[in-house]
Structures are given as C-alpha cells and as structure tokens.
Design a binder for this molecule. Sequence first.
Ligand code: SF4
Ligand code: SF4
Length: 85
Amino acid sequence: MQIYRLKINKNICIGCNDCVVSCPLNFQQLKDKGYLNPENAVLLVRNGVAYDIYDESRDINCDGCGVCLKNCPVSAIELQLIEVK
Ligand code: SF4
Ligand code: SF4
C-alpha cells in the first residue's frame, strides 16, 4: 500500500483553501456528506495554514493524485511517498 503525505511550507502558505476545494477526495466527501472536517477530509486549512490528515484506520486518505499541488497559487505543497507495503 502506498501512503502519501503532503509537506506544506507553512512560511509561504497563504491559507487560500484552493488545495482543500480542489482535492477530488475532499470534493467527494463534500458531495456525499455535505461537510468537511478532520474525520473525513484529507486536507484542511487551520489557523491560516493548510495541513494534511492521515488516519490508517479509515478508507479515505490522500492517494497522491497531485491535484492540490497544481492548484496551489504559491507552490507551497510537496508530495511525499512515505511508505510502500
Ligand atoms: S494529492 Fe490528491 S488526494 Fe492527496 S490531498 Fe492532494 S488533491 Fe487530495
Ligand atoms: S493552496 Fe497552497 S497557499 Fe492555498 S491553502 Fe493550500 S497550501 Fe496554502
């Protein structure tokens, strides 16, 4: 299993939320449940900075598609493949 984590540069992130709304997994959750919170989102903004959420106990985690990277206006996001099982 491939596990991806986002490395977000807190010094340049402007908290615009573009990554959060562009993420296809977040979008699907929003469509299905009508809300995003740390339990169902894979990426959120808190205190003006984006952060990723990983929880191995759930089915939804970042799949490494890279859409959020492309949509970040300041290129604050890097994608890291941290584990292959
Ligand atoms: S890489 Fe894809 S799945 Fe992962 S947080 Fe970014 S947009 Fe979402
Ligand atoms: S798109 Fe980039 S600048 Fe905007 S909240 Fe996400 S990481 Fe931060």
